[in-house]
Design a protein around this ligand. Sequence first.
Ligand SMILES: *Cc1c(COP(=O)(O)O)cnc(C)c1O
Length: 396
Amino acid sequence: MSSIPSTPVLDPQEIVRRIRAALPAEVTRAALHEPRFLGNEKRYLADCIDTGWVSYAGSYVDRFEQDLAAVCGVEHAVAVTSGTVALQVALHAAGVGSGDEVLVPALTFVATANAIVHAGGIPHFVDADEATLGIDPTALKTHLAEMAIRRDGKLYNRITGNRIAALLPVHVFGHPADMDTIKSLAADHGLTVIEDATEALGSFYKDRPCGSLSPIATLSFNGNKLVTTGGGGAILTDDAAMAKRLRHLTTTAKQPHRWAFVHDEVAWNFRLPNINAAVGVAQLERLSPMLEAKRILWQRYADAFADLRGLHVFKDAPFARSNHWLVSLILDQDHAHLLEPILTATNDAGLSTRPTWTPMHQLAMYRDHPRASLPVTESLAQRIVSLPSSPFLAAP
Ligand SMILES: *Cc1c(COP(=O)(O)O)cnc(C)c1O
C-alpha cells in the first residue's frame, strides 16, 4: 500500500504534542510565565538589608529609574508599587478627572479599566484589530464619527454627554498597537494618549521602544511580567515638569524640607521600595538575553505549529518587534469550538495555557459602560490560547 502523507488533524492531543515538541525534552510541566533570578538579585537584596536601605529611599530606586529610562528611550521614569497605580497616577496627571470618559480596548487585563475608574473616569470600550490585538484605529475612527462631537476644543460623547478626555492603547501580550495611526487619530480629536506598555518592556514599534510612543506611558513588574520586582510599576515621560509632578504625587506631595512635614495636595504613597528596585536592577541587567530567549521560543512554537491548519501562532505586524511576552495561538473562526478542549487537554498535561481575558464589557461592573460595537474583540476572546512563555524555556 502506498503511504499517502496525511494532513495532521487539529485535535487537543495534537496541540499537547506540538507544545512539547517546541520545549526542551526535560520540561514536563510548564507554567504560563515564571520568573527566574539568574543574575545579581540576591547580591543586591543582601546589600539593601546589610545597609538598612530597604524602603522608599535608596540608590537602587534611582538606578532602576535611570536604567528603565535608558531601556525605554525616555528622559524620565518614576518607579511605583504596581502597574495599576502607575496607570491611575498617569491618568490623573494627564488631567482625567471625575466623569471623564477614556477610550480603552475591551480586550485588555482588567487593571487597565480599573485604573480609569480609580482616577475618577469612565472606561469607554473600543474594538481590537486582529493584526495587532491592540486598538483598531479604523474602527475607532468610525466610532468617533458616529458618537463624538467637538465643542469649544473639547470632545464629548453625544449620547452620555460626558467629556472624552483620553485614549489609552494597550500593547496586548507585548505586541505593539499601531501607534502612529492611533496617535494621529487622537491628535485630530484633541485626545491625550497614555500608553499602557505594561506588557511590552523591550518591544519596538518601528524603531522606537514601546513606552516612548506617547507623552506618558506605564510599565508593570508584577510576578508574571517579563521583568519582575516582585510587584511594581513605572511611569515614563520625556517631560521634566511632568516627571517632577508624578514623583511628587506618588510620595505624598511632601514639600522638600530637612524636617517639616508640609504636604501641598492630596496625594499617594506609591513609591517603589528600594528592595523591590534592587531586584529590578538585577533583572534589567539580563533583559537582552531574556528578549533573545523569547524570540527563540516564539520561533520554536511557530515552527512546531507551522503545518497545522485551523490555527496559527500570532505573528507581529510588519512594523512591530514584540518582546513576545505571551506567545499565543489564534484559532480560526471555524475551530473556535476547540478552545475549551485545548485548554483542558494542555492544562491536564501540566502545560499551563490560558484563554485571553474576558472582554471588559462582559464583566459585571463594566456591562453598562459606553462602548463601540466589539465584533473582533468578541471573536478573538473565543480563539486565543496563550502558551507557556517563560524565557528560560528557550535559554540561548
Ligand atoms: C499587568 C498589567 C497591568 C497592571 O499591572 P500590575 O502591576 O499587575 O498592577 C495593567 N495593564 C495590563 C495590560 C497588564 O497586563
